[in-house]
Design a protein around this ligand. Structure first.
Ligand code: SF4
Ligand code: SF4
Length: 189
């Protein structure tokens, strides 16, 4: 999936190696099933029942998550993330940058009523990320993974954990907190 042009590389030998974060199957082929397991854990979008006249959203809110949908799932960001590249045992409690942009996209969706912040903090390992930006540097789609997804997600997670005003807001706005399986079940209209 590498799209780097040979004329952009320095003169001399070019070494191509398989991704390090995932188990090698053969030659350059690696087993990236870790990512599909992580994808299954993401609670789906949970919109409210369709109101008369359809859903209405501000264009600005619609566009906020657009960047994240450019992801082609090359998993290069997962490969360079030191949290799982150098520490195999972290894989049990870390979803990785590709999925942080997915969580950010859903959390920023203007119609979403689900609340994944506790999940991202407690089970998906957002706190392990120390914003080194390696993932952003390698993304072939030039998605600003750290600046536009991970940092805003960290801010939201901090709000939910430590901000009493945000806690009160949640009580008033009644956001739900559903698992991946629960969120697939849409509320009755
Ligand atoms: S910024 Fe965070 S998610 Fe991205 S490579 Fe660094 S530690 Fe991993
Ligand atoms: S490097 Fe970019 S395109 Fe590739 S999986 Fe990560 S976010 Fe998606």
């Amino acid at each position: 999936m590498c799209m780097t042009r040979m004329d952009q590389l320095p003169e001399g030998e070019v070494t191509v190696t398989p991704m390090k974060t995932f188990p090698i199957i053969r030659d350059l082929v690696t087993d990236v099933s870790f990512n599909y397991v992580q994808a299954q854990k993401v609670p789906a979008l949970l919109p409210p029942p369709m109101p008369e006249g359809g859903y209405r959203m501000f264009q600005e809110d619609v566009e906020r998550g657009q960047e994240f949908r450019k992801c082609i799932e090359c998993f290069l960001c997962q490969d360079v993330c030191h949290v799982i590249r150098d520490h195999e045992d972290n894989k049990a409690s870390y979803s990785g940058p590709r999925f942080f942009i997915r969580y950010a996209e859903l959390e920023m969706h203007p119609l979403d009523q689900n609340d994944r912040r506790h999940l991202v903090r407690e089970e998906m390992g957002l706190g392990y990320c120390n914003i080194t930006k390696c993932c952003t540097e390698v993304c072939p789609e030039h998605i600003h993974i750290t600046d536009n997804a991970i940092i805003p997600l960290k801010e939201r997670v901090v709000d939910v954990a430590y901000d009493p005003v945000a806690w009160l807001g949640r009580k008033i706005l009644r956001r739900t907190n559903r698992s991946a399986a629960d969120a697939d079940v849409q509320p009755a209209p």
